[in-house]
Design a protein around this ligand. Structure first.
Ligand SMILES: Nc1ncnc2c1ncn2[C@@H]1O[C@H](COP(=O)(O)OP(=O)(O)OP(=O)(O)O)[C@@H](O)[C@H]1O
Length: 498
């Protein structure tokens, strides 16, 4: 169908001349002799672009432009004027005009301008369509980092290129791998996943390549491996940095030759599989340390997509929280909860070491535990582990109960319970106030110990106003050891909170 252009000018001759030129170039045209008529036309019929005069009686072109962009923000408008001044052109651009043409308008210039705005329009529509489709695969986020990921998926998915997805745990690497598959030519075919870190080393070969009956104790029947199962589809190798070295060499061969033998078998099987791999490790460092084959790295790393940690893309938090909150409320059969701006501020300041997965779990807990219809700052504070940029709760007024009563899940007191001095002393001599600790199912024991150590050190440093010698003394640590500990935990002076 030809693109349709609305021409708006109060001079009938200009309307007819421009219309004729555009029709000859294959466009369909609509005509309007005033700004108001133009607004009526775009409200009533599909229009792909508008060509509008600036100077018109009743409603001038710039006013009409402002109303048009409000009505149809995506509709491209080209302004034209016989009295074109720089000022008018700048104003028109600020109001959303895509181009500005001076009368008399040369036919070629007009056609180039139209072609450009329509091309831009088509590209934007395609991007929007892609975002909408990706939305179906649960990828939320519109900040620059997610836009870069969407754009890489869009460009890479249709190719056969192998993709390496890097990023910390819980940042959405698997979602990216699934989106790549869904937008590839292989989308009707299987998407098969193997977590290389989760399979015992001695079983990984048979997981990947399958085995023949009797190949080893327990191989009671023939079994096809992940490569064969993914034939004509995509194989997602998660945590590829954990693949044993002996397997790395065998994997390389399949990637190079597209054929394999099952464990205990002599027959060669051809496979057509696109491999997408993911890792939370720095593979270049693994190569340098001799733990990962460089030739395999180059085979799997044709295109690299990095998924940054959530703390580096906090702009996506409001959308993610809203999506997870709505989902969790629906799942738990409760009315949608509203997040107060204060609660959002608290949740946006936290670091999310477990990334989007941790956020999703926390929000689900919120949907179960929050009592009122609105999530308050207190709800958010109760939810988040202390430390890591979570502000302390507002001080409790009653001196009789400075801390909530202990409960099995509630705070475990790690330090002395002497209250902190009301007025900051240059050097603290008293032990600092208690530090709270809540057990967390989403962190390993080691990580929780580190979190607690980090929190204690930050707390004591805050108490001693960053006096390291004093902080070390209070914690009964040798000063050098205290410094080493700070370094290992990623702490610097001045990083203490409260
Ligand atoms: N952009 C996003 N939008 C919505 N949900 C997301 C997004 N990113 C991650 N998630 C959710 O976070 C959780 C973890 O995502 P995913 O498993 O893809 O991360 P991962 O990086 O592969 O983790 P791991 O390295 O631990 O395997 C999933 O529940 C996923 O749906």
């Amino acid at each position: 169908m030809p693109a349709s252009v609305l021409i708006v000018d109060d001079e009938k001759n200009i309307l007819l001349t421009l219309s004729q030129s555009l029709q000859l170039a294959g466009y369909q045209t609509h005509l309007a002799n005033s700004g108001q008529v133009a607004l009526d036309v775009v409200s009533a019929r599909p229009v792909d672009a508008v060509l509008m005069d600036v100077k018109m009686p009743d409603m001038d072109g710039l006013t009409a432009l402002a109303k048009l962009t409000e009505l149809k923000p995506e509709l491209p408008v080209i302004m034209m004027s016989g009295h074109g001044t720089i000022d008018t052109a700048v104003k028109a651009t600020q109001l959303g005009a895509r181009d500005f043409l001076e009368k008399p308008i040369a036919r070629e210039r007009l056609l180039v301008a139209l072609r450009n705005v329509l091309k831009h329009q088509a590209a934007m529509a395609e991007l929007q369509e892609l975002r909408a489709q990706l939305g179906r695969y649960d990828m939320v986020g519109s900040g620059p980092a997610m836009q870069r990921i969407f754009s890489l998926i869009q460009r890479t998915a249709p190719s056969e290129g192998r993709v390496l997805i890097t990023g910390e745990n819980g940042t959405g690497k698997e979602l990216i791998a699934r989106a790549l598959h869904q937008h590839s030519k292989r989308k009707g075919q299987p998407f098969v996943k193997l977590n290389c870190a989760a399979v015992p080393h001695e079983l990984i070969e048979s997981e990947l390549f399958g085995h023949e009956k009797g190949a080893f104790t327990g191989a009671v029947s023939v079994r096809r491996g992940k490569f064969e199962l993914a034939h004509e589809g995509t194989l997602f190798l998660d945590e590829i940095g954990d693949m044993p070295q002996a397997m790395q060499a065998k994997l390389l061969r399949v990637l190079q030759e597209g054929e394999l033998e099952r464990v205990g078998g002599a027959e060669t099987h051809k496979v057509d599989v696109r491999v997408v791999a993911a890792t939370n490790k720095n593979l270049e460092a693994e190569i340098a340390a001799g733990r990962f084959r460089e030739d395999l790295y180059y085979r799997i790393n044709v295109v690299q997509i990095h998924s940054p940690p959530l703390r580096e893309r906090r702009e996506d938090l409001p959308d993610l929280i809203k999506t997870f909150l709505d989902e969790a409320c629906a799942k738990n059969g409760r009315r949608p909860l509203t997040l107060s701006p204060d609660a959002l501020a608290v949740m946006s300041a936290y670091d999310y070491p477990g990334n989007v997965r941790e956020l999703r779990n926390l929000v689900e807990r919120l949907a179960i535990l929050c009592e009122g219809p609105i999530v308050t700052r207190t709800d958010a504070l109760e939810l988040l582990p202390r430390g890591r940029n979570v502000p302390p709760p507002a001080p409790v007024e009653t001196p009789a109960s400075p801390l909530p009563p202990p409960s099995p899940e509630a705070a475990v007191v790690l330090a002395s319970s002497t209250p902190a001095p009301a007025i900051a002393a240059p050097v603290a001599t008293e032990p600092p106030a208690p530090v709270g600790f809540r057990p967390r199912a989403d962190r390993t024991f080691r990580e929780q110990v580190e979190d607690a150590e980090r929190e204690i050190i930050q707390h004591v440093l805050s108490h001693t106003h960053d006096n390291v010698t004093e902080a070390a003394r209070l914690l009964d640590l040798e000063r050098g050891h205290f410094y080493k500990k700070m370094k290992a935990l990623g702490l610097r002076r001045g990083s203490s909170e409260s």
